[in-house]
Design a protein around this ligand. Sequence first.
Ligand SMILES: [Cu+2]
Length: 120
Amino acid sequence: MSTIIVNVIGVAAMLAIAWWFWGWKPGKGTEASHGSLDVEVSNGTYTPAVIEAKAGEPLTLNLLRRDASPCAEYFIIDGLDVSVQLPINKVSSIRVVPNAPGEYRMHCQMNMYQGVLRVL
Ligand SMILES: [Cu+2]
């Protein structure tokens, strides 16, 4: 009996991990107002996780990391040369100027945290 329970828990855990890594789809984006946006880093998610910006306009992201786990330590944006270490419970302001429209992946160093910077 206990073997069945362990197996069920194991399968559920695997499904949860699979969903976490591959099931995530970016939805509607949050637009920066006046070129800046506050982003919270906690509980495995960026809030907001989908950010919209305009090509050629400077964007400042004010990241507040509340998650003390090492997973949340780095904030990376693919294609925009962003890779910063985030202090805990402090705001880190990151300025980017995305020149080309497209979707840029935002993530932590282990890809648990995921987001998209959508440049229009
Ligand atoms: Cu991580």
